[in-house]
Write a protein that binds this ligand. Structure first.
Ligand code: CA
Length: 229
């Protein structure tokens, strides 16, 4: 999952980002409305975490603008405003959930996972191809019934390709899914992740193949006459 955290309290933002990264999520952080809007309109996120009190305005206005532009990325609002009317207002502006500050980090994590599971974020919990099945919620990969351990970026590549099974996924989209904004990306590192992933899938007899589509990106499909049970 890819998350945008919009929070101007740098310490809180960093703590959230690192807790989310520990959960295998890709995280971008914005500290103002302006920065958040550039990111949110420019990249696909699974969940937005939006503080209301930002230096250049109310975080709700970002959600309102996104909804106006038919961007329905699930959003959870962080608010220090405790009265019920203010909380309801968050929902009126198109937020999917809200959490009053201060909050327990575990509770935020649980709500983010729940939002990421909603149909707007992702249609189903399990995806499969060949002998491979992937549990988006538990972040587990199984080949037949044996677990296959994958590092975070390989997992993200596999998840992205599997969700578009049989269709070419553009390189740029993979890069966006696998790396955070501003992360130093070496030109061939995506290819190295794909190539390691491919070897592991092959060694595990996963019954899927990852093809490079020259100049475009990658495509995952079930192996012809593959290892399907
Ligand atoms: Ca704030």
């Amino acid at each position: 999952m890819k998350i945008l955290v919009v929070e101007d309290d740098a310490e809180l933002a960093q703590a959230l980002a690192s807790a989310l990264r520990d959960q295998h999520m890709v995280v971008d952080v914005a500290s103002s409305l302006r920065e958040a809007s550039d990111l949110a309109f420019g990249s696909a996120y699974d969940v937005l975490v939006v503080d209301r009190g930002l230096p250049d305005g109310d975080g709700l206005s970002l959600i309102e603008r996104l909804r106006g532009a038919r961007v329905h990325t699930p959003a959870i609002v962080l608010t220090a405003m405790i009265d019920v009317a203010e909380r309801v207002r968050s929902l009126d502006y198109g937020a999917d959930d809200y959490l009053g500050k201060p909050f327990a980090r575990d509770e935020l994590m649980a709500r983010i996972r729940a939002l990421g599971r909603r149909p707007a974020g992702r249609a189903q919990r399990l995806s499969s191809a060949g002998a491979l099945s992937l549990d988006h919620e538990d972040r587990q990969v199984l080949v037949t019934s044996r677990p296959l351990a994958l590092p975070r970026r390989e997992w993200l590549v596999l998840e992205t390709l599997l969700l578009s099974k049989g269709r070419t996924v553009h390189r740029q989209r993979l890069v966006e899914r696998v790396y955070g904004e501003g992360e130093d990306i070496q030109s061939n590192s995506l290819d190295s992740h794909v190539s390691r992933l491919r070897s592991k899938l092959e060694a595990a007899c996963a019954g899927v193949e990852i093809h490079a589509v020259r100049g475009v990106g990658y495509l995952l499909r079930e192996a012809a006459g593959g290892e399907r049970e």
